[in-house]
Write a protein that binds this ligand. Structure first.
Ligand code: DHK
Length: 145
């Protein structure tokens, strides 16, 4: 069974301590467990990086190996055409995920390149919302099979 890829961008390694009023106190390790529990029997490839290059490399790996992608690109959401170009090569479902409601924040967080490819965009559910994102991704995969 092909895995789903859960990919996380810059500064998310600091979850738990990073601006808790915005991102809560759930750590990245706890987010990983939330994702693995929500995925059930579906294998999960879970990564976080502060490097745009590494994030793109994992999208390339998903192109060849993955059934779906749930990605929190963090700040690269709003800056990276290279990440958008990589995601355009992925043929399965893509969900763009943000812990916070980016549309209620500063204007720099309002224009997403990733949304030009994403099949769905989730924002504001908090870190536990990753479980909802995983469930939605599994449904998308199932409905396409
Ligand atoms: C995470 C980040 O690091 C920010 O750059 C985004 C996103 C919001 C989140 O809410 O998960 O603007």
């Amino acid at each position: 069974m092909k895995p789903i890829y859960v990919l996380n961008g810059p500064n998310l390694n600091r979850l738990g301590k990073r601006e808790p009023a915005i991102y809560g106190t759930t750590t990245l390790a706890e987010v990983e467990q939330i994702c693995r529990s929500a995925a059930g029997d579906r294998p999960v490839v879970f990564h976080q990086t502060n490097s745009e290059e590494k994030l793109i490399d994992w999208v390339h790996e998903a192109i060849d190996e993955g059934a779906g992608i749930l990605i929190n690109p963090a700040a690269f959401t709003f800056t990276s055409i290279a990440l958008l170009d990589a995601l355009k090569m992925f043929e399965g479902p893509v969900i763009e995920f943000h812990i916070s409601n980016v549309h209620r924040r500063e204007a720099i967080y309002h224009r997403s390149y990733v949304s030009m490819r994403a099949d769905a965009v989730m924002a504001g559910l908090g870190a536990t919302g990753y479980a909802t994102g995983i469930a939605a991704l599994l449904n998308m995969i199932e409905s396409r099979s």
